[in-house]
Design a protein around this ligand. Structure first.
Ligand SMILES: [Zn+2]
Length: 95
């Protein structure tokens, strides 16, 4: 069975076999690549003290997503918001 979905990153319609898909293949690959870069950038600059840099906690992040959704009339989930921040489509220095 094939499904037609609208990608929340680029807004294009795409056809997929996965009923839960929310991103088109290109955006999915882009998000994967960025996540990979982020992960390995951390390894390259390995410093035990870096691991203790205070970052926004999960409940604070969820609150930021809720605030963004209220202000912009969107319905992004945590994961959708996180990948949009990763791709630079949403500016958030605290993420
Ligand atoms: Zn897309």
């Amino acid at each position: 069975m094939q499904y037609i979905r609208r990608c929340y990153v680029c807004g294009e319609l795409f056809v997929t076999d996965n009923p839960n898909a929310t991103k088109c293949e290109e955006c999915k690959a882009e998000v994967r690549e960025k996540q990979r870069e982020k992960k390995y950038a951390q390894y390259r600059t390995y410093n035990p003290r870096r691991l203790h840099i205070p970052r926004a906690g999960v409940s604070e992040c969820v609150a930021m997503v809720d605030k963004y959704n209220q202000e912009h009339g969107t319905k992004y989930s945590y994961g959708q918001y996180a990948s949009l921040v990763l791709l630079g489509k949403i500016k958030n220095d605290r993420w």
